[in-house]
Design a protein around this ligand. Structure first.
Ligand SMILES: NC(=O)C1=CN([C@@H]2O[C@H](COP(=O)(O)OP(=O)(O)OC[C@H]3O[C@@H](n4cnc5c(N)ncnc54)[C@H](O)[C@@H]3O)[C@@H](O)[C@H]2O)[C@@H](O)CC1
Ligand SMILES: [K+]
Length: 513
């Protein structure tokens, strides 16, 4: 698991350690790890550290201190290090002295600084770290823009300056790093877009701080492998779980086919389908147990261990009746229920309807409707910019687990003190019609197999992201969790291909565990 902690948690943990250690010891640990990563990058790009050109962007706090001490270490190995001081009066004194002693030079001049950046091999962003507030200040912008235009590898110290450490929000511009070297623990803003997208590859340097339970966490391969259901010798279809899918309509039969397809690939023993697209579902997946038409309803469908309701239901009378039945207490309240797509729009009209085992899977637009249904106004852009906050708020308002889909999918449980799961896999190519139907069928299948809503949602998002990348790479198994989305070699995909790639994604997780 990759754990992330808020600034407040990091400060408390660091405070406890600082009291026990000699002054500056923690910063030296941070700087040593930072310099080692930079040396590795310089060896890759320049062939060696000696003679390479390094520019440090140094702000007024300890984040700048880290950059200065790391710069001193690189200068001691023969790098030509220039520190650009954004706040010369407040720059870290001991760090400045160390850099000077190691042969580094300083400048406060904007033109000089930008010229140095233009010919640098590596730029270290030590403008602000966890002490940053309210986005980049105007004085930093020329340097940040020069770094973006230069060939240099940009390495962010602790987090890219301009990214909110707790939320991943970016107001205005922020540093875009190839690599972020973060200290002690991850920060939530490094795991969730838009912050995650600015952070590049994130490397954690342990500095020995003890941390409390995390505010956010991201599953890794081993966690997913441990959570995935594994049939045993005694498993029959009921023990493995039967998932019911109430989806599709005369207008949108394809959504039902995709949700069923993913549910069949999601580890459940069988899939029951109820709805108006039975013919299309059976034609595509003859193994599905279908009930013709929605008139028969969910209650008559037979035994299931989880329901998926919503994809392609449209918003007619049948859809309203289906949602009523799904939320009806007479339907076994112990059977987990996933609501997606049209069911979410209908739920938004009714407002919160708390129920055990409820998982909602909105995208940003549906989240806006759900928020409005609970009396909270927000725009799509606001939800996309502050995904952690809105996922948590929705989970609290609706008293259930909420999986908010998007460039970073996040899953929040109803307990406000619990961690939010942030999904590390995926590719922008997954933003394609029907992709959400695949995710909900898969998550429903995992619910039926017995996973709790938070686990079912986050494991489904993980496999869905991997399957998307696998399909996008033309069938080659995608890399490990944590690989940033959008790495080269990918191409367009359809939702059917994502569903078909689920078994390969599953195997790539269990094979490596
Ligand atoms: N506290 C510790 O024990 C450790 C801290 N470390 C480093 O120290 C950092 C935190 O240091 P600080 O608390 O000094 O805070 P920062 O260095 O992150 O920034 C605070 C300073 O920046 C100014 N500032 C705030 N917002 C700004 C903005 N938008 N633009 C420009 N300046 C802004 C503040 O006035 C303050 O002077 C961490 O991110 C990490 O890099 C590491 O050395 C590890 C140990
Ligand atoms: K920084």
């Amino acid at each position: 698991m990759r754990y992330a902690h808020t600034v407040e948690q990091v400060r408390a943990a660091e405070g406890a350690l600082l009291a026990r250690l000699p002054e500056g010891a923690l910063m030296q640990r941070a700087a040593a790890g930072l310099a080692a990563t930079c040396a590795g990058l310089l060896a890759e790009s320049h062939g060696r550290v000696y003679g390479s050109r390094v520019v440090l962007l140094v702000g007024s706090g300890d984040n700048g201190g880290d950059a200065l001490f790391a710069g001193a270490r690189l200068a001691a190995r023969g790098a030509r290090v220039c520190a650009v001081l954004l706040a010369p009066e407040q720059a870290h004194r001991a760090g400045l002295a160390a850099l000077r002693q190691a042969g580094g030079v300083l400048t406060e001049d904007q033109r000089d600084g930008c010229a140095e950046i233009a010919r640098a091999d590596l730029v270290l962003d030590g403008i602000v770290g966890i002490g940053g507030r309210g986005g980049l200040r105007p004085g930093a912008l020329p340097y940040v823009r020069a770094a973006a235009e230069a060939d240099a590898a940009v390495v962010a110290v602790d987090l890219p300056s301009g990214v909110d450490a707790d939320t991943g929000e970016v107001s205005g511009e922020a540093v875009r790093a190839a690599v972020t070297v973060t200290f002690g623990t991850h920060k939530p803003g490094l795991l969730v877009d838009p912050g995650a997208e600015h952070a590049g590859v994130v490397r954690l340097v342990p500095i020995g701080i003890g941390v409390p339970p995390p505010a956010a966490e991201a599953l890794q391969h081993a966690d997913v492998a441990a959570l995935l259901p594994r049939p045993t010798g005694e498993s029959d279809k009921y023990r493995r779980g039967v998932v019911g899918v109430a989806a599709g309509s005369a207008r949108y039969p394809g959504a039902a086919v995709l949700a069923v397809s993913a549910a069949l690939h999601g580890g459940a023993g069988a899939v029951r389908y109820v709805g108006a697209a039975a013919a299309a579902v059976v034609a595509a997946h003859p193994e599905t147990l279908v009930s013709e038409g929605s008139a028969q309803g969910l209650k008559q469908a037979g035994r299931v261990q989880a329901w998926v309701v919503g994809p392609g239901l449209a918003d007619g009378e049948d859809a309203v009746r289906t949602l009523d039945q799904a939320l009806d207490a007479a339907l076994d309240p112990d059977v987990p229920l996933l609501l997606d797509a049209d069911a979410l729009r209908l739920l938004a009209r009714r407002g919160p309807a708390p129920r055990p085992g409820l998982l909602l899977t909105p995208h940003a637009g549906e989240a806006v409707a759900l928020l409005a249904g609970a009396g909270v106004e927000a725009t799509r852009e606001q939800v996309e910019a502050a995904r952690l906050r809105y996922a948590r708020q929705l989970a609290e308002l609706y008293g259930c687990t909420v999986l908010l889909k998007g460039s970073t999918t996040v899953v929040a449980g109803p307990d406000p003190a619990g961690p939010v799961r942030v999904n590390p896999t995926g590719t922008p190519w997954l933003g394609t019609a029907g992709s959400g139907d695949v995710l909900s069928g898969l998550a429903g299948s995992l619910l039926a197999a017995g996973l709790a809503p938070l686990d079912a949602g986050s494991v489904a998002a993980y496999l869905h992201g991997l399957a998307g990348r696998t399909a996008s790479l033309g069938g080659a198994a995608a890399g490990a969790g944590g690989v940033p989305a959008g790495v080269g070699g990918e191409g367009p995909i359809s939702a059917s291909e994502v569903a078909a790639a689920l078994p390969a994604a599953w195997r790539s997780v269990t094979d490596r565990a």
